[in-house]
Design a protein around this ligand. Structure first.
Ligand SMILES: Nc1ncnc2c1ncn2[C@@H]1O[C@H](COP(=O)(O)OP(=O)(O)OP(=O)(O)O)[C@@H](O)[C@H]1O
Length: 410
């Protein structure tokens, strides 16, 4: 299963031919350090793979061998079927976007000039290169008129990172290498940059290798995660759900942390099977009719939709009619409620909405269509089902749970 927060079209790679293939790759530095050892890895086109592990375990060395900033001492690396040792390294690097932690911008060049670096090296027409750079700055959330003429020191850390991403994408490379790209900014900015990059990736579907030492970032960003250990080998290479659900060994279990059950919230999607159906009334319904419907369903509250069928909020019958005439309309008693998530969002996003709105449920929508509500009990069930599925190999929807009483509207 792919990461629900990750790019929708990005797929775990087994069905499609690899865009990046490492075959028994090793790197021994001249001083004898064995940084990478017999490492094999396939990354499918359009897939985002995170390389995660503690400091010094060979993640950066592995990544730099893909654009030949470092030469392997054994093994083969192919990009799109071509052995990269047969490609001139300088030419190769112009076809691979590269984003590093500090942004890696040239300090004496403006943001616009930094962004046009690779297209200029590729001898693009100047007008075309600048137009492309402006589009990309816009895409990464920087107004080109405001920021294009600034120098890197006139930007915040987060803005520099955005320019770094725009620059890496300028020549439209199929492959993007990102080395701790969000490492130099504070957690709030990092979270925003991660979200923005995932949105961008959903559109661009680049083949991405992203190095991080942060398991949360690896889980959030990756379609698949490669967990590295000291000595430069991979202990597990799988989807975030599988790595969190069934760590391959004690090392991986230790690395992903004791709270891996919680981390699964971020990678388990809300499906239509998870929602329940409380009674639904419309703003224009008569209160008497709404009450009758609630009574018939033995429920205390109902979801309220507006005339167009969009979520408005809820109607609570618990306090009786309190003197309000029953020939009134639901709109007289309805309360607004903005807690909702699109189907397919992560359970974590749904839980976040519940907390933000202090709500006992969130509506789940498919486009504008109301599918039902997710309650804390249902959320817990979905999480347990996903753990059960991982342990038993059964599809999540077929996992049988001993359920708690969580009937809607009660
Ligand atoms: N030029 C070099 N010469 C000798 N050893 C090196 C060289 N570059 C890196 N190493 C060693 O190779 C190992 C892997 O380094 P690498 O930078 O790939 O790790 P990493 O997982 O990216 O670490 P970090 O998260 O700290 O960046 C380390 O032990 C490091 O000290």
């Amino acid at each position: 299963m792919t990461n629900p927060d990750a790019a929708p079209g990005a797929h775990p790679g087994r069905e499609t031919p690899a865009m990046i293939r490492l075959e028994h790759v090793g790197k021994r530095y001249p001083d004898g350090t064995h940084a990478v050892d017999d490492l094999s890895l396939d990354v499918a086109a359009g897939e985002l793979v995170t390389l995660v592990g503690p400091s010094g375990c060979g993640k950066t060395t592995t990544m730099k061998m893909v654009n030949r900033l470092i030469e392997p001492t054994s093994g083969r690396i192919h990009i799109n079927g071509r052995d990269i040792t047969r490609t001139d390294p300088v030419k190769l690097r112009r076809t691979i976007g590269y984003v590093i932690q500090s942004g890696g911008l040239l300090p004496h060049r403006t943001v616009l000039d930094n962004t046009t670096t690779v297209p200029t090296l590729l001898r693009w027409d100047r007008g075309k290169a600048r137009a492309r750079a402006r589009d990309l700055l816009d895409l990464v959330g920087l107004d080109p008129d405001t920021y294009g003429k600034r120098y890197p020191h006139q930007l915040s850390g987060g803005q520099r990172q955005r320019v770094g991403v725009a620059r890496a994408l300028a020549a439209d490379p199929p492959v993007l290498l990102m080395d701790e790209p969000f490492g130099a900014v504070d957690p709030v900015v990092r979270d925003r940059l991660q979200t923005e990059f995932l949105r961008l990736q959903a559109e661009l579907r680049k083949t991405v290798l992203l190095v991080t030492h942060d398991i949360d970032e690896a889980v959030r960003m990756g379609d698949r995660i490669a967990v590295f250990a000291q000595g430069g080998h991979i202990e597990q290479y799988d989807t975030p759900l599988a790595v969190l659900g069934t760590p391959a060994n004690d090392y991986v279990a230790d690395f992903v942390g004791a709270d891996r059950g919680l981390k699964r919230l971020a990678v388990t999607p809300v499906t239509p099977d998870d929602v329940e159906q409380p009674p639904v009334v419309r703003l224009d319904d008569r209160l008497a009719d709404a009450r009758a419907r609630l009574r018939a369903a033995d429920a205390r509250w109902a979801v309220v939709l507006d005339e167009a069928g969009a979520l408005h909020g809820w109607y609570d019958d618990r306090n009786g009619t309190g003197g309000i005439r029953l020939d009134g309309r639901v709109r007289d008693r309805a309360r607004r409620m903005d807690a909702w998530v699109p189907v397919g969002s992560s359970l974590k996003a749904a839980f976040g909405q519940m907390l933000q709105y202090d709500a006992g449920w969130v509506a789940v929508l498919d486009g504008d269509r109301f599918l039902g509500v997710l309650t804390p009990a249902r959320l817990h069930e979905a999480l347990r089902r996903s753990v059960g599925a991982e342990e038993t190999g059964i599809a999540p929807e077929d996992v049988v749970l001993e359920t708690v009483d969580n009937a809607p509207g009660r």
